[in-house]
Design a protein around this ligand. Structure first.
Ligand code: ADP
Ligand code: MG
Length: 332
């Protein structure tokens, strides 16, 4: 029992959403990807080659899609800032188009052109150092000509931005796309049961030992869980939290999720969990609903076609949609 508890705490320390206790029947592999631990659980008999291929693909996405480390996205961002056209790979074009669709669907609450603002608030760093808020005058030009992926002009794979302030940042979307890609890959390799965790964002299919995967939602205000959930078929459980990655700015905790319309962190909701068959949609929606805040997240969720949502606000109040309510269990 002591060992199990210790193990659980270990997972809790690392993930916003998590699975509960790796079952002995599953093979567990862990790597560091997308700035967080990544875990793959497969049946013990699963061929190693299938897992290796998934890890290779995820590592490539992690390297190419990081906005602030040398890679394809940072090269494209430099071209946008200089007003130059640049050629992108087909997979980056697909990613950009997917993110543009999410921006439209979320009525601008999710905006992958937000990289400049994220940088101004100091979140393009592995270490979250205390500091000062950017001055209003520094943010004002960004708000005066707010970036939108609708400002991109395409000619085949060549793209330029009409707005030089547009800087791509897929921090709120790439993990979802990567989760979908990985499960597609495993399914094509004949796997029926798998669970993948990318920094607290989970996607699962099938189950383990004849049971569905049981996952937990971390309590944003403490060390435990607020709920558990058994996954059904193939689906993603994605959590956006303002409690994990934040900086102390002028003595105030500021989250890394920014409201594109106000140019500053979105403080009111501390955790938004979205359950949906598409991890990409769940990832964009969790970020968008956290930005939307307590008054309009339900309306925006309907707009975005996500009906299973669980929200915790700054005061610890929990809200859940009807579709998810019956599926949430109390924490163990
Ligand atoms: P996490 O990465 O912690 O799972 P999110 O999916 O919400 O959480 O992604 C947050 C990241 O997305 C930020 O670190 C930043 O790179 C980017 N981001 C911040 N605000 C927005 C926004 N309004 N729309 C799209 N991306 C955002
Ligand atoms: Mg997200």
């Amino acid at each position: 029992m002591g060992r199990l508890l210790l193990q659980r705490r270990e997972w809790l320390a690392l993930a916003a959403g998590l699975w509960l206790l790796p079952p002995a029947q599953a093979r567990h592999e862990r790597r560091a990807l997308f700035g967080s631990p990544a875990d793959l659980l497969l049946p013990v008999a699963a061929p190693a080659a299938a897992a290796d291929e998934v890890w290779r693909g995820l590592a490539a996405m992690n390297q190419r899609w990081n906005a602030w480390k040398p890679g394809e996205v940072s090269t494209v961002n430099a071209a946008f800032a200089a007003g130059r056209a640049t050629r992108v790979s087909p997979s980056l074009r697909t990613l950009i188009e997917g993110a543009a669709a999410m921006e439209r669907l979320s009525l601008g609450h999710f905006n992958a052109g937000i990289g400049g603002l994220v940088g101004q608030w100091g979140f393009h760093d592995d270490v979250m150092r205390p500091g000062q808020r950017p001055a209003a005058a520094e943010i004002a030009p960004w708000l005066a000509t707010p970036p939108s992926l609708a400002q991109l002009e395409w000619q085949g794979l060549a793209v330029r931005s009409r707005n030089p302030r547009l800087q791509l940042d897929f921090g709120g979307y790439a993990k979802g796309v990567a989760l979908d890609w990985a499960l597609d890959r495993l399914q094509r390799a004949g796997m029926q049961d798998a669970l993948l965790n990318l920094g607290g964002n989970l996607a699962a299919m099938g189950g383990t030992a004849g049971r569905p995967w049981r996952v937990g939602v971390r309590d944003p205000h403490g060390p435990g869980l607020v709920a558990t959930l058994d996954t059904r078929g193939r689906e993603a459980v994605v959590t956006s939290g303002s409690y994990e990655r934040w900086r102390l700015l002028d003595g105030e905790r500021c989250t890394h999720i920014l409201d594109p319309r106000l140019g500053r962190p979105a403080p009111a909701l501390v955790s938004v969990t979205v359950v949906h068959p598409s991890a990409a949609l769940a990832d964009a929606a969790a970020t968008a609903l956290l930005v939307a805040g307590p008054l309009i997240w339900r309306t925006l969720a309907r707009e975005m076609g996500v009906d299973a949502v669980f929200v915790v606000d700054q005061a610890g109040r929990q809200s859940v949609t009807t579709a998810l309510e019956a599926r949430l269990n109390p924490p163990i």
